[in-house]
Design a protein around this ligand. Sequence first.
Ligand SMILES: [Mg+2]
Length: 117
Amino acid sequence: MDLKNDSSTTIMDFRRKVKNFIDERDWNQYHSPKALAIALNIEAAELLEVFLFQSDDFVPKNLDSLTDEMADVFIYLINLVNSLKLENFTEIIAQKIEKNAIKYPIKEFSAKNYKKQ
Ligand SMILES: [Mg+2]
């Protein structure tokens, strides 16, 4: 199974790839949900480190350090999804986007409206 591009790769493809990687190394014994949540946050901190002491509009010329950490965050998230045996993470994401849309209605929360005030 090759993960080639955003258009043809599914969340299930990532779940299988990450599961295989973990199974081949017999790392499941270390990957409790708590351990994975901690690891995910450590990777998120590594992502922040790329921006540490930089200006607000800083973007590194070479994106490799940034994209590596973004991938680490995503991989741990997928690993956590697998660990919790969630059946349909796509539906969970879709429902959360809907919740956010209700919580932040466009009329009230559009940045355009903030500028008028
Ligand atoms: Mg990392």
